[in-house]
Design a protein around this ligand. Structure first.
Ligand code: TRP
Length: 337
């Protein structure tokens, strides 16, 4: 057998709710595109989800199969991609413990993602230690698979940077290239705003379109969508920047020339919001209908989804344990033989 020399991808999602169009544009699309040219692992990060949901483990547990369904629905092929469950990979917890010694509390407190999330979650001064340290656990996720590429949204970039700092320190201590540095793969379209125009699409903000949205929910969301508040009549010139309908067309409409044509006409005046929204609705309905159908088919056979998760996790357990063995040796732990 020839060795697998493809670069390794590891990325993951917290199972706290259904995945939505923001996840699709930010990462899922890249994962589907790269799953054959790369050796890909997808981690359902339930232990990370507990770092701010320890009081609601039910929510996390309920959403594990939902996330797996979303993966299968968008076209993740379990024959190519390994889907696995974080809490069933004890080597990741042990790597986290070892990596804790290669990061300072001050550095964790300075992590921009963590800083933003602490405010969003209203922790004040009562930050769970598990939450503050989740970037270390995420470094364990990424390096546990010796990943080279991490497809994520741009809000995750500081976590990849943090991972690479840990990698360099661990490698220096080991005196060799024990772990590879990882590159974040961030989509060019940038972060997808919510339908209300707020900076981020998120279920908790109620401004998301779920991948499992019904045709009616999609229509409703597009009708509600934020455009240019100054564009009162179709005849008026309108703004394309910050106009969510155009941001979504940029992200999802394959016909670039037509989008540019619509933008020009909108800027000039004479093109109504309804016309542009109708086009976006067509684009989103066409994108999401097959995803919704595939999801429904798999939801009827959860035994299969469980099998995928069980087999993927068994494989991932071996991969991450092998990395842990390397790291333990590299860091000079006592080998009890
Ligand atoms: N922090 C990521 C998020 O909130 C989820 C995640 C967990 C992840 N482990 C990861 C992403 C490893 C990339 C790599 O979306």
């Amino acid at each position: 057998m020839t060795p697998d020399t493809r670069p390794v991808i590891l990325t993951g999602d917290r199972p706290t709710g259904p995945l939505h169009l923001g996840h699709y544009a930010g990462s899922l699309k890249n994962r589907v595109a790269l799953q054959h040219s790369h050796r890909q692992y997808l981690l359902i990060a339930d232990t990370q989800a507990l770092t701010d949901n320890a009081d609601d483990p039910d929510k996390v547990r309920r959403n594990i199969l939902e996330v797996a369904l979303d993966y299968l629905a968008v076209g993740i092929d379990p024959a190519a991609t390994t889907i696995c469950l974080q809490s069933a990979l004890p080597a990741l917890a042990e790597l986290t413990l070892l990596y804790m010694n290669f990061v300072t509390v001050a550095r964790l407190e300075r992590n921009p993602t963590i800083k933003t999330e602490i405010v969003q979650r209203g922790f004040g001064r009562d930050i769970p230690a598990g939450f503050l340290c989740y970037p270390v656990a995420q470094a364990a996720d990424i390096t546990g698979f010796k990943a080279h590429v991490v497809p994520v949204g741009e809000d995750q970039a500081p976590l990849i940077e943090q991972t690479n700092e840990i990698v360099r320190r661990v490698n220096r201590q080991a005196g060799r290239e024990l772990l590879p540095e990882a590159a974040a793969l961030i989509p060019e379209v940038g972060r997808l705003p919510g339908i209300d125009g707020k900076a981020k699409m998120s279920k908790s903000q109620g401004n998301a379109i779920a991948l499992s949205a019904s045709a009616d929910e999609i229509s409703h969301a597009v009708r509600q969508m934020f455009t240019d508040p100054g564009h009162l009549r179709a005849a008026d010139p309108g703004r394309v920047e910050g106009n969510v309908v155009f941001t979504y067309l940029d992200a999802f409409d394959a016909d670039r020339a037509e989008v540019e044509n619509l933008k020009a006409r909108y800027r000039q005046g004479g093109l109504g919001d309804m016309v542009v929204k109708r086009r976006l609705e067509d684009v989103l309905q066409a994108l999401l209908a097959p995803i919704r159908d595939r999801r429904a088919r798999h939801a009827d056979d959860l035994g299969y989804v469980m099998d995928v998760l069980r087999e993927g996790t068994a494989l991932a357990r071996a991969t991450t344990q092998a990395t842990l063995d390397d790291v333990r040796a590299g860091l000079g732990l006592f080998a009890l033989t």
